[in-house]
Ligand binder design. Structure first.
Ligand code: UAG
Ligand code: ATP
Length: 508
């Protein structure tokens, strides 16, 4: 993807147009051009404009020499630096990342109709569903979120669920160049809080539901909720689709200053869930809206997807898609990687690999696993918790685990914390529970042991980071081991099958 070369004078003009204070330019002739906005000196390429961002652990200004050594053409700063490079000094570098990121990516958002998706759980799934609906309605649609970015059959990795603004605009440029006319953007609360999406205008924004999360960053539940509510401010979005099955959603729908389509089981919902059922073959939802009743099928497994499907339906309707196109789109969306991935069966235990990492999501996942046993088998839960994050959730996760029959406590990447202490905090929530608790620190061994211990009617539920369990048991990122839980589970099932075949062979 070739990014445009932008004249230095144009960069200065855009910076002045959005700056709330003085902008000073030093150096740089009128024929100077720059061709990408980069916030990490280690990613600078010749011709880049390096943005010196002050962060919580480092200050980009200190990395200006490294950026210059890698061929940066100019610097964007908000305090003086000693350099021979052309410099643009603004009141806040972070505030310029969106406007200048857009400029240096050729303002791709001007060519795309945007949908934003936020919520404590369900962002990735609902984003995939909305994309499926819009693709089925004939509009090539890109999606960017925790799983990276996709458009058509192409994909690319991204650094964060919602990338920093320069990367986000480059991803939107990549989508537009690939023929996309729409894009679905997962909007994390942290990204909204840090302004990564400032300057983007969304046709519709979706709120999937709320449960306290990321309090390490936001401090309080109110602050966390307020960051998500920012996505629904006029000027940032034209319309909202809000799941109102929880009080935080109802509060958002009540206070939003843009038109809101309410979704859920409430009698006053605009898109109302009239009934549903879910099982290993997928989920069926009966919805009622102003066009009547609609039966929607999806391969997604689990009751949590009922409102995700209803929200995606509502989003399609707000954007003018016909009911039959929406239903076809929803039926075609496979579970995103690591979310309710179902393996096994046919005489072997079912294994469900899921990304549940909050107490409410885990409770729902265990409930779904119980349903999948046909209420006759046992639920084995493989559970860990990531180190250095959201310690307050661990007791709650242990509490949700009480509904399982056997809990296999394991590591999910301690990031320098004591793994045994993490498992101990999970165990607190399990105190007094009838569930049998086993500790198997090695994650691969824990998944394998749970599959080996499971009977043919049992379900093994493996939760955590789904497709990307990063086992970082030191503070050095180079020591991280990336584990795909589904791959480990598939190997364990194959071993089980081979052993059964061997036993059958000996018995005959
Ligand atoms: C809390 C948070 O979001 N932190 C982000 C923030 O880090 P920071 O402010 O500490 O930055 P820093 O490390 O001090 O570095 C300051 C600047 O110096 C630059 N730098 C640093 C080192 C160097 O050698 N050269 C260099 O230029 C950095 O690129 C940065 O621009 O800026 C960094 C650079 O852009 C991000 O990588 C970092 O995300 C960290 C890795 C992170 O884990 N973020 C998570 C919490 C996050 O954003 N998660 C959300 C939600 C996910 C969910 O819903 O589950 C997401 O959207 O992914
Ligand atoms: N609407 C929902 N309500 C509660 N739990 C949900 C919902 N949708 C999905 N889940 C559960 O939460 C897990 C994570 O869902 P998903 O990855 O779609 O959203 P997310 O956590 O918001 O995305 P991410 O954090 O990756 O950006 C799923 O694997 C499922 O167990």
């Amino acid at each position: 993807m070739r990014l445009p070369r932008v004249p230095w004078s144009e960069v200065e003009r855009r910076a002045r147009s959005v700056s709330g204070g003085p902008v000073t330019r030093a150096g740089g002739t009128d024929d100077l051009t720059v061709r990408s906005l980069v916030t990490d000196s280690r990613l600078v390429v010749p011709g880049s404009l390096f943005a010196c961002v002050r962060g919580a652990t480092s200050d980009g200004h200190r990395h200006a020499p490294a950026a210059a050594a890698r061929g940066a053409a100019a610097l964007l700063v908000d305090r003086p630096v000693d350099t021979d490079l052309p410099v643009l000094c603004v009141p806040s570098v972070r505030a310029q990342l969106g406007p200048l990121g857009a400029l240096l990516a050729g303002d791709p958002a001007r060519a795309l109709r945007l949908v934003g998706v936020t919520g404590s759980n369900g962002k990735t799934t609902t984003s995939a569903l909305v994309r499926g609906v819009l693709d089925a309605d004939g509009d090539c649609t890109g999606v960017v979120g925790t799983l990276g970015a996709e458009v058509g059959s192409r994909s690319r990795s991204t650094a964060l669920t919602t990338p920093e603004a320069p990367e986000l605009h480059e991803v939107l440029r990549w989508m537009a160049d690939a023929g996309a006319r729409r894009a679905v953007v997962e909007a994390s609360s942290i990204a909204l809080d840090m302004g990564r999406m400032d300057g983007l205008a969304f046709e519709v924004s979706v709120f999937t539901g709320f449960e306290e999360d990321h309090l390490d960053h936001h401090g309080t539940v109110e602050q966390y909720w307020a960051s998500k509510a920012r996505l629904f401010e006029p000027g940032r979005t034209a319309a909202g689709v809000v799941v109102t099955d929880d009080p935080w959603g109802r509060r958002l729908a009540d206070q939003a200053a843009v038109p809101v389509t309410r979704v859920g089981s409430d009698r006053d919902a605009d898109v109302r869930v009239l009934g549903w059922r879910t099982g290993s073959g997928g989920t069926e939802v009966l919805l009622g809206d102003d066009t009547g009743g609609h039966r929607v099928h999806s391969p997604l497994v689990g009751r949590v997807h009922v409102t995700n499907l209803a929200a995606a339906w509502a989003t399609g309707r707000v954007l003018g898609a016909a009911p039959d196109r929406i239903a076809a789109g929803l039926a075609a969306v496979a579970p995103p990687r690591g979310r309710n991935t179902v393996l096994g069966g046919s005489g072997r235990p079912l294994v469900v690999v899921d990304y549940a990492h909050t107490p409410r999501a885990l409770a729902a996942a265990v409930d779904t696993a119980r349903d999948l046993t046909g209420r006759s088998g046992r639920v084995h839960l493989v559970l860990g918790a990531r180190g250095r994050r959201d310690r307050y959730k661990r007791q709650g996760l242990g509490g949700s685990a009480r509904a399982a029959d056997c809990v296999w406590l394991t590591n999910e990447g301690s990031h320098g914390e004591d793994p045994a202490a993490i498992r101990g905090e999970l165990r607190v929530g399990l105190f007094g529970s009838p569930a049998r608790v086993r500790e198997v620190p090695d994650r691969r061994a824990a998944i394998t042991a749970a599959v080996a211990a499971a009977g043919p009617a049992d379900v093994v539920l493996v939760v955590g980071r789904g497709h990307e369990t990063r086992l970082l048991d030191t503070t050095d990122p180079r020591d991280a081991v990336l584990l795909d839980d589904a791959e480990v589970a598939a190997t364990a099932l194959a071993t089980l099958h081979a052993r059964e075949e061997d036993l059958r062979g000996r018995a005959s």
